[in-house]
Write a protein that binds this ligand. Sequence first.
Ligand SMILES: Nc1nc2c(ncn2[C@@H]2O[C@H](COP(=O)(O)OP(=O)(O)OP(=O)(O)O)[C@@H](O)[C@H]2O)c(=O)[nH]1
Ligand SMILES: [Mg+2]
Length: 614
Amino acid sequence: MTVISDIRVPRLALLGAPNCGKTSIFNALTGGRAKVANYPGVTVEYRKGLFKTPQGLGAELLDLPGVYGDCGHSIDERVAIDAIRGNIDGERAPDGLVVVMDASHITTHLHNVLQAKNYGIPMVLVLNMMDMAARDGMEIDVNALEEKLGVPVISSVAVRSAGRAALLDYFDSWLPKLSDGTAVAPSQSEQSLKVLQAEARAITRDVVEQSDHAQTFTQRVDNIVLHPVMGIIILATILFVMFQAVFAWAGPLMDGILNSIGWLKGVVEGALPDSWFRSLLADGIIEGVGAVVVFLPQIIILFAFILMLEASGYMARAAFLIDTLMAKVGLNGRAFIPLLSSFACAIPGIMAARTIEGERDRLTTILIAPLMTCSARWPVYLLIIAAFIPRTKVGPFNLQGLVGFSLVLAGVVFALIAAYVLKRTVTKGAKPSLLLEMPSYKMPVLKDYFLGLWERAKIFITRAGKIILPASIIIWFLSSYPASATNIRETFAGKIGQILEPIMAPIGFNLEMSIALIPAMAAREVAVSSLATIYALGGEEGQLGALLAADWSLPTALAFLAWFVFAPQCLSTLAVMKKETNGWKWPLFAFTYLMLLAYAAAGVTYHVAMAFGL
Ligand SMILES: Nc1nc2c(ncn2[C@@H]2O[C@H](COP(=O)(O)OP(=O)(O)OP(=O)(O)O)[C@@H](O)[C@H]2O)c(=O)[nH]1
Ligand SMILES: [Mg+2]
């Protein structure tokens, strides 16, 4: 038993197939905020939390990655199975198993429940998503199921508090038995998987009544959404609307933030005498941090779309639609979800690659994850696009949205090319296949949706405080001193930048850009805050975008964009790569190939644009 504030509480573990609602139960009971989404493989690590039943009994709850059986083919599955067997260092085995099953998939998942009895740990079966089963016209005789399985069965709708009441009530009677060791473990039967599957089929035949509408709601929608032609048109439309929205809807909010920042700078400059301190506040901190924070509305709009697609179940369809393409370049179908997560940030994306079974396939995915457009790139893209790309329309599309879309697409296309090359060279291995179960379509749970959005906003703002603020102070110092300096070249920053300048000049980068690239290793958006501070110190008044538009040529700006599609400008990503691959070899490899790509892409862009006389 774990001792928490002098009470010994039993430990429960959530076990079940991916996407059956384990984390939803965990969050609801423990007040946790772990990520929930409607596709398999969201949770890849184990997580602990405490909760109390209505009668005030305490228990510890373990949220685990989803598992398909008891073998553990991938790293995340092994974590779950090790946790249940008590094989994780410093962790003991759970006292009780809360086996969760998606009731609407009872036919395909019931044998896993029979298998779970063999752990020899007292268990209860939570028949979750009863609302989905009802929508699909299924009627499940819970009492009969309980009798045939020989374990208690509780119906549940994890996303509604009324839907969790029965489970909590059950805990009131079960927890005391787990504490004093009187709870009974189910009888074990070491049968082969085949026998268990046959037994599961026999049980479902007896306890499930399926009313005969020919097709479920999900199947009807999928007939359209997964259609080879219609499906692609729908996917393309969704993506286009998303990028249009990012550029078209954020305007007023961004203006509001810009005005507030301008106002704040004005107040500081009005209230303080001309001094180093005033310059640090106004040109260093307010300009630097403000230059990034202004993009918050666009980040929120982007994630409002992504999270909606995740929660509804559409994302897994997108994976299915482009699976043929992914298989052609040798990518495992399961790579889609890690790559998708990398659109928020490559770090969770690289970790999510744990769901991929083959070691070589997992490595390929890790190596290309940094090419997905993470949210740290957006401030750079948005700044340059707004400054250099006119707000005109091309047919029904606004040009800025199109350019943003092309940059994201460039990342994806080069990721596919990189995967193709890697799979034929350094990560050669067997041909992978798609093993992604399609989730049913669901109405997003509003609370989870807004929590998810809030979480993304919080990460963006926290980075502004933790990374951009200190980086702005350093850049302000390096670009302000020695005090004798009369222009940027004579400052410390200028001296450092001049080391890089000859290397970067052939691809069209000027001194200011070369300087900004160095602190941007901490995080890409620091490039934006650094430029803001450097230009503010240069004594030029006005918004950063306008200053850049006056100072840079269009080929230079485009080269800068191309650079950021590829450049591995983020030390934390390299650190996670090291952790996930157990060494520096692969992060160094990724760093080198991405750097070379960035340099080549920026160079080609610059010279082609010059040749076209832009
Ligand atoms: N309609 C409905 N949706 C549910 C229910 N329980 C969970 N969901 C939704 O199902 C999806 C999957 O839930 P999660 O809690 O992430 O599932 P999980 O078992 O933790 O999944 P993995 O971490 O991938 O193994 C989410 O979109 C939830 O909002 C339920 O009882 N009814
Ligand atoms: Mg989960």
